[in-house]
Unconditional design. Structure first.
Length: 494
């Protein structure tokens, strides 16, 4: 049998049920892997006791002849944006240092109820603001991948869910939770050669998830296979009365419905995603993906999403505006950091606390967001961006009259070196050029690893579906996965 840490979520689940190993053995193997991979800086907090307690409960239930829970025997990594009762939750920020919630997020509560255990809290871009995991207050996550040319430059694991992507790619967690506001599940998945799905907005509860942009934030799973994503998404989804944006609809049996047969499906190829200066390798992989979709039985149609070019500027108005409102709660009064200079008044305390507690990227976005919401500019910027958002959503609605799914690249490049783009915010923001439109429209979208570039680094393809059609997205992802046959993994150096 393969090492336990090489097993997928499905293999861990099925192997535990078959009695091939105990849940404790699996938890101990992954706990040891986490402890041995500190160089990656993927975990901010390690919780081996939580993983072992869940494993022991699963073993006792199996010994008693009880039916196994859906994720019994599966330990997980949890992005530090999810509140976990009694376990430090900082959103990778200094301002929330030491904060231990007295409650559990709905998503993690669902995972624990499904039998999963927690290996620890995963590093991320601070308050989910970033595309490279370089904005964390606790240092960069380092991708487990290296370029094949012998260069030793540490690479970005993508962001904001960079700790999640690095942990899954490095086999120190079989799966992890992520959140996606403008691409923060899909882009890091593409950078590290794993799969990740952002479901329809509202599928997964946002209650207990530290907010960035409330109309965009959506939780989702990150794992090595499409099947694992389906298993995880089933456990994470469902109506939550504590979340006003939660979808009150049943959770489909996505794993049971998986099929790589795309006969009768129409796959749209949006011409606007052929951006200027797209690397030839990305375009070649896209063409290969189109051929794979044909081989799976799909019909390929060209479609147009004419307002795509406005998606990125609209996003970087709407998201900072919502962040400006959401992060106003961090004031040094109720919880988290408090900076109180001698003789300072209330406003001085606010200013000192936020200056010390927020990182440079968070401050940049808060300034942008506050500006576009100000009385003189609300109509000129924020209101116009919302109108553009409606047009982008309408583009997708019109495209669905011609096709069932869309196929695009996930990111405009493979992983770049840490520090390579951090001095140029605009260059960093362009990493989201392919992922932002579907986020603005609230649509399900998934990245699947499909190949390697000339430097031996992973490249991903993205499938975008109609609202509520996660099954279609997962099935197309499975068709891609089977045809791409992606088995590459990073050489262990850490």
């Amino acid at each position: 049998m393969a090492q336990l840490t090489d097993l997928t979520v499905a293999e861990l689940r099925d192997g535990f049920r078959a009695g091939d190993f105990s849940a404790r053995e699996a938890a101990e193997a992954f706990n040891a892997a986490v402890a041995g991979a500190k160089t990656l800086n993927a975990f901010l907090v390690e919780t081996p006791d939580h993983a072992l307690a869940a494993a022991d409960a699963a073993d006792r239930a199996r010994a008693a002849g009880e039916e196994a829970k859906p994720l019994a025997g599966v330990p997980l990594g949890i992005k530090d944006l999810f509140c976990t009762e009694g376990v430090e939750t900082t959103a990778a920020s200094h301002i929330l240092g030491g904060f231990k919630p007295t409650y559990e997020s709905t998503i993690t509560a669902k995972l624990w109820a499904a039998g999963a255990g927690m290996l620890g809290k995963l590093n991320m871009d601070q308050f989910a603001m970033g595309s490279s995991n370089e904005t964390s207050a606790f240092g960069n996550v380092i991708s487990p991948w290296r370029r094949s040319d012998g260069g030793n430059a540490p690479l970005a694991p993508g962001g904001s869910s960079g700790g999640s992507s690095a942990a899954v790619a490095a086999r120190i967690a079989p799966a992890a939770t992520g959140t996606d506001t403008g691409g923060s599940i899909r882009q890091p998945a593409a950078f590290t050669g794993i799969s990740g799905i952002k479901p329809t907005y509202g599928r997964c509860s946002r209650w207990g998830v530290v907010a960035f942009a409330s109309s965009l934030d959506q939780a989702g799973p990150m794992a090595r296979t499409v099947r694992d994503c389906a298993i995880m998404l089933e456990a994470m989804s469902g109506f939550d009365p504590k979340d006003a944006t939660s979808l009150d609809m049943p959770v489909p049996a996505w794993e049971q419905g998986l099929s790589p047969d795309l006969k009768g499906k129409r796959i749209g190829i949006p011409k606007e995603y052929r951006v200027d200066n797209m690397p030839a390798e990305i375009d070649a992989l896209w063409q290969q993906g189109i051929a794979w979709m044909r081989d799976a039985g799909a019909e390929i149609v060209d479609v147009s999403l004419p307002h795509t070019r406005y998606a990125l500027p609209a996003y970087y108005i709407i998201a900072p505006a919502e962040a400006s409102s959401n992060l106003a709660r961090y004031d040094g009064v109720r919880y988290g950091l408090r900076e109180l200079p001698e003789g300072a008044g209330l406003q001085d305390m606010y200013a000192a606390t936020r200056a010390a507690g927020f990182g440079a990227e968070v401050k940049r976005r808060l300034m942008i967001g506050t500006y576009v919401l100000s009385a003189g500019f609300y109509d000129a910027y924020y209101n116009q961006a919302q109108k553009v958002r409606a047009l982008i959503a309408r583009d997708f609605d019109q495209a669905w009259e011609q096709c069932d799914l869309l196929l695009t690249p996930t990111a405009p490049s493979a992983a770049f070196a840490l520090g390579e783009k951090s001095a140029d915010p605009l260059a960093m923001y362009l990493n989201d050029v392919f992922t932002v439109p579907s986020s603005l429209a609230g649509l399900p979208a998934m990245s699947v690893p499909a190949g390697l570039d000339a430097q031996g680094l992973p490249l991903g393809l993205q499938i975008i579906g109609k609202a509520f059609d996660e099954q279609g997205v997962l099935n197309a992802g499975l068709a891609l996965e089977q045809r791409a046959g992606f088995t590459a993994r990073p050489d262990r150096w850490w």
